[in-house]
Design a protein around this ligand. Structure first.
Ligand code: ADP
Ligand code: MG
Length: 311
C-alpha cells in the first residue's frame, strides 16, 4: 500500500451523533467518496435499532452478525455485554472469504456492507443491545484489499462510546445537525476522547473481578483514538454553518465538511429508495480530502498487522 497516496488505509472511523442527525446518510456519502479516492470500504451497520441503511445503499439486508456469532447472552447466546464483560469477542477477526455469503453485501459502487444486528425482534425484556456494541467494538475484517477503511455507523447518543467502542476506532466523526443538542453531543464526545488521552480510567466498580477490571483498564490504555472531527449535516444556509463551526471551535472540535439539506435525501429515506449517487458527492470528496490532510500515519496499517498475527 502506498501510504503517501492513501494515508487513511488501515484506519477505522466511528460515526457518532444525536438521533436523526444524519449518521447513516453521512456514512454512505463518506463511503462512496472513499471508494472514489481508491480505498476499499467496509461499512458496518452498528445501529441496533434503526433499519434501512441497506435500502439507502441499494442492497438487501445482510444476515445479522449477532446470529453469526451465536446470539446475545440475554437469550442464552454467546455474545456478552461489554459493560459487565469487557473480554474480547471470541472469533472477532473474520475473513470475508470464509464468512457465508448471506452475511455480507457488495453495493454497486463496491462498498462491502455488514450488519452487527438489531434488537427489534428480540421480544419483550430482551432489548439490551450491549452484545451488538461488542460486535462493533471487536469485529475486524481481515482480508480486505488494501488500502482499506472501515466505517462504523453507530446508533444515536453516547451509549456505545460508554461501552468502549471508542477504544476500537482510530478517529471519531460526529455528525451535527442544526440543533443545540447535536452541538452538545459533539462537545461531550470530544471531552470523552480528551479524558482517554489524559489517561482517565474507565468505571470498573461494577465488575466482578480484579481481572475483568484490569482488562477494561488495559483496553482504554491501548485505545488508539486520535481525534474527533465534526461533519455538519442538513444545513440550510451559511449563517447556520458558521454558527455551528464557531460553537464547536470554541471546544476544540474542527468541522471538516458540511452537507446541505436536500429534498432528495429525505425522499430516499422515506420511500426506501437508494440514495442517489450524486447526493453529497462534492461534500463527500471534501471530507475525504480533509481526513487525508490530517492523517498522521500513526495508526495506519494496525488492523492489517493485527490480522497477520491472528490465525
Ligand atoms: N442532508 C440532509 N438533507 C435532508 N434530509 C436529511 C439530510 N440528512 C438526513 N436527513 C433526514 O434525516 C433523517 C435521519 O437521517 P439519518 O442519516 O438516518 O440519521 P441517523 O443515522 O443519525 O439517525 C433521514 O430520514 C432524512 O429524512
Ligand atoms: Mg442511522
Amino acid at each position: 500500500m502506498n501510504q503517501m497516496e492513501h494515508p487513511l488505509g488501515g484506519l477505522t472511523f466511528g460515526l457518532f451523533g444525536k438521533g436523526g442527525s444524519g449518521k447513516s446518510t453521512v456514512s454512505i456519502i463518506l463511503a462512496r467518496a472513499l471508494v472514489r479516492a481508491g480505498y476499499t470500504v467496509a461499512l458496518i451497520d452498528a445501529d441496533s435499532s434503526n433499519h434501512g441503511i441497506h435500502s439507502a445503499l441499494g442492497v438487501s439486508a445482510p444476515g445479522s452478525l449477532l446470529d453469526y456469532f451465536g446470539g446475545m447472552v440475554f437469550s442464552g447466546g454467546k455474545v456478552t455485554c461489554p459493560v459487565d464483560d469487557p473480554t474480547p469477542l471470541a472469533g472477532g477477526a473474520i475473513s470475508l472469504n470464509d464468512l457465508p455469503g448471506g452475511y455480507s453485501r457488495r453495493t454497486a459502487e463496491g462498498i462491502i456492507f455488514l450488519a452487527a444486528g438489531k434488537i427489534g425482534s428480540a421480544g419483550p425484556g430482551a432489548g439490551c443491545d450491549g452484545p451488538i456494541s461488542k460486535i462493533a467494538r471487536d469485529l475486524v475484517v481481515t482480508d480486505l484489499p488494501v488500502p482499506a477503511v472501515t466505517l462504523l455507523d453507530f446508533k444515536a447518543g453516547l451509549e456505545d462510546s460508554a461501552r468502549g467502542v471508542l477504544t476500537a476506532v482510530d478517529r471519531a466523526l460526529v455528525v451535527v445537525d442544526p440543533t443545540a443538542a447535536a452541538i452538545q453531543l459533539a462537545i461531550d464526545l470530544e471531552s470523552t476522547v480528551a479524558r482517554i488521552h489524559d489517561g482517565q480510567e474507565p468505571a470498573t466498580s461494577h465488575l466482578e473481578s480484579l481481572e475483568l477490571a484490569e482488562i477494561a483498564r488495559a483496553r482504554y490504555r491501548q485505545a488508539r483514538v486520535e481525534r474527533v472531527d465534526a461533519i455538519v449535516n442538513r444545513i440550510t444556509g451559511e449563517q447556520q454553518r458558521q454558527f455551528i463551526v464557531a460553537s464547536l471551535k470554541a471546544h476544540g472540535v474542527e468541522v471538516i465538511g458540511a452537507i446541505q439539506r436536500e429534498a432528495g435525501i429525505e425522499e430516499a429515506w422515506l420511500t426506501g429508495a437508494r440514495l442517489g449517487p450524486g447526493i453529497g458527492r462534492f461534500a463527500g470528496d471534501g471530507i475525504v480530502a480533509a481526513l487525508e490532510k490530517t492523517a498522521t500515519g500513526r495508526n495506519a496499517g494496525i488492523v492489517s498487522d493485527l490480522s497477520c498475527s491472528r490465525p
